[in-house]
Design a protein around this ligand. Sequence first.
Ligand code: HEM
Length: 581
Amino acid sequence: MSFSRFAAMTSTSMSLPVVNRLRDIGLVKITLFGLLIVAILKFIKSLTARSPYAHLPGPKPSSMLGYLLDMHNPDDVDFHFKMTERHGHVARLKGGIVGSDGLYISDPLALHTILVRNQGIFRESTEFSGLFGVIHHGDGLASVWGHEHKKQRQLMNPVFTAAHVSKLSPLFHRIATELRDRLAAEIKAAPGATIDILDRLTRTALELISQGGIGHTFNSFDKNSKEFVEFHEALKDVLPAASQLFFLLPFLESWRKIEPMWFRRGIANMAYFVPWSALRTFKKSVDTMHPVCAQVFHEKKAAFDEGGIAALANTASGGRDLTTLLMQANVDADEEDRMADEIVIANMSSIVLGGQETTSGAMSRLLDLMTLTPSLQEWLREEIVEALAKKNGEPLDFYELNALPRLDATCREALRLFAPVTFVWRQTMQDTVLPLQFPIKDVHTGKEIREIFVQKGTPVYIGLGATNRSTALWGEDAAEFKPERWMGHHAHESTVEQIKTPGIFSNMMTFLGGGRGCPGMKFALLEIKTVMSVLLPKFHFEKTKDIVDWRLGITLSPYVRGKEAEGPQVPMKVSLIEQKN
Ligand code: HEM
């Protein structure tokens, strides 16, 4: 239809048959048709409008939908890992029908600007703050920003220091020993059987984070523990289910502010009757997680109100868990700095969610690597056995574990090369400029670009895995697993040209950096090292015929090739070392 004819039809001289026809179609259909036209015109406009990032290099989207599908493709981790080598330290992510252009960043100076210098301009996305606000039932760390976030971190950071985390060593050792003894019993009962080590390490990680983080046990090692099964299912399902609800995410931030609460709860409960399994799973997970954290908190609070901090010594952690420390810090804080009860509960929930899958994945990855390289396993075992012998078999504490150079180098290298969280997402709150450490080339003119104008509203993705694998930062062998790159080096010497990134862990981005860097880093490292120091002297780990592929989800998850439908697993042969000698 020509535009002149369209104009003629809409004029008052519209012919009678046309009017009758429109009446026949009905008002609803006309409205829907109108909306469709508007959507098509918007899409055509988005295709023809010039993007402010058209001059930047970047991957070509595999479909009209734009970059989002490629970026979340579970089978293409290389989209992230190879981004820097393929396209440079800043890449344009071309939008499509879903979403406009985004930027993918692994440039150290740009990252410093985003995460440290101008962190107020690059806020975590409304989608994520809304989602975590719903999951944790409140405004914990993951859902707030600016002053409120800073205030919460000021109260929480001291709880995560080496001084406190080191006191968890005996508790972590007890839990790792329980894993060891149960594994040994399993092997004795069925020698030569294949064991899914991911399952055992998932149980271990949940006990470590629940006892050490919130002072509660799920009796995770008990195969019949209903509490473990229910809670773990909720933890494992909540984020994958949420990722299927991606088009609802932009509305969650406004949704969770709707008052009165009974009305919101009533509407939310209707999710159970909607024929959409992802929505039902999400709701069920949220309804399982929150009451546990709330109950643990209220029990602690009642004990605390009655008998002070000493009364909390009877919990699973002996009163050393992070929540108990946080409650103490909260009581000691000035009135205006205190967290309300629901915020403490939301933060308990974010500690458990943030610390469980990341750590169980990291531990399983380490053992998986050791089965692929048996000499690595021997090399580490030798160091641990020697250190234990010096202590007459007494457990190695936080400081002694950190003083083991081979174990430390292996953990660092595995966490560099296989960062459990591949990328994080920020949104640009105002127009700004990002300076670059590594200039890139304009794809049209070939001219060098040393800074990039970033338009308000642009989604910015921080490539944690991509930065950790940049050859400009780590050398030509950046994609290789080489623990020796850490041996005898200080943290500031970790990159080849001693270039600094804002990462809080030896220039790696694994635990992010800046004001939102992972507070649980020391906790996670103690968990991983304690478990390795207890398992390696006792067991030998061997690979099976299965090939394990680590697929992209919210964190990286291991699947056996050809058996993806069975869910994440890391099968291996485990044998007792005494039996071999
Ligand atoms: C290998 C293990 C871990 C990795 C790789 C990891 C990584 C990360 C990353 C990348 C972030 C930033 C997320 C973002 O801003 O979007 C983060 C935040 C966070 N992590 Fe971890 N984490 C690990 C273990 C833990 C543990 C054990 C805990 C608790 C004891 C924990 C608690 C948190 C919390 C509460 C936040 C939110 C911080 C904030 O928003 O201020 N993490 N973590």
